[in-house]
Design a binder for this molecule. Sequence first.
Ligand code: DP6
Length: 360
Amino acid sequence: MIVSEFIPRPYKSLLASGAVAYSSPSNIALVKYWGKKAHQIPANPSISFTLNNCKTLTILKFKKKTTEGFSFEVFLEGVVQNDFKPKIEQFFKRIEVYVPFVSKYHFDIHTSNTFPHSSGIASSASGMSALALCLMEVEQHLNPDISKAFFNRKASFLSRLGSGSACRSIEGPLVVWGAHKNISGSSDLVGLKYPYVVHPHFNNFCDTILLVDKGEKQVSSTVGHDLMHGHPFAAQRFAQAQAAMDTLIEVFKTGDLKAFISIVEREALTLHAMMMSSDPYFILMKPNTLEIINKIWAFRAKTGLHLCFTLDAGANVHVLFPESEAKEIQEFIETELLMYCQNEQYIQDKLGAGAQPIKI
Ligand code: DP6
């Protein structure tokens, strides 16, 4: 599948060398992407909050070369990371037709994360989007007349080819990815900044991430997506996600936090239910994930406060809540939930505006 909109005009000339840098955030899905078709096309639309503090910072150094093929080194906090190479090699293969200069340069990719490495926080969304944005910055040098809107759209398109959820990290605070009949402009190819009204209840919405298990996941997202092929509940699941998007459009308009909670928690549990009912089946939640969920439910029933949880493909718990209730809820988290985290580790985050260029 070739998308001609993103194939550039031939470059007049290539810069001999240079360096560009971007910071790009992680995001947390409210309606989950789980299941995909060929070419990184999602099986259903998803929508996410862009985070503010969990970010990857990437510096991309490039230098013209004469040899064939791709040539790059990846460094995390200054240390060579050979285990990142296959994913980046695959990414370069997928995007070469859209950024043909990738095979003309040697790249040194220097990355660092603001969140602890191997905290279980998905770094593929922030990492792949930061790299895609750096490549777009290079493209901008080669084709200076591209507009900001096109820059972001193509950055999202490239990010998706690196890791699906990465296409939702370019902008914020809310991004939709995947075609939905009632969201105009939504597309399977790129993330779209949510185009409708968002009630003030969601301004600065908070996300406290509880690090329950920082170990390596037993099953990668890519394998999990694959297990949705032939999954007995796949069709119902994809239809459920379409319907959840419709409900969220209404929720964002009215600010109905009760309805928000019920959609978000059901999506999180459905994601894990899909894992538990695939063949082979697997469980990524840990006993402490369930302890936290039960504590959240009990606290919500007792206080009427509007906190809820969501999960990504792992054991960590994202606790979401409105800024107006942050004081009591943060206190509850610190006194009653931290004991379930590995080394009491957690990250306080909130909605963010998306990626930013870095001056170097
Ligand atoms: C559970 O984007 O990591 O976080 O496209 O194979 O790289 P690949 O998968 P990835 O999957 C993320 C899955 C999820 C849900 C979501 O973010 O929507």
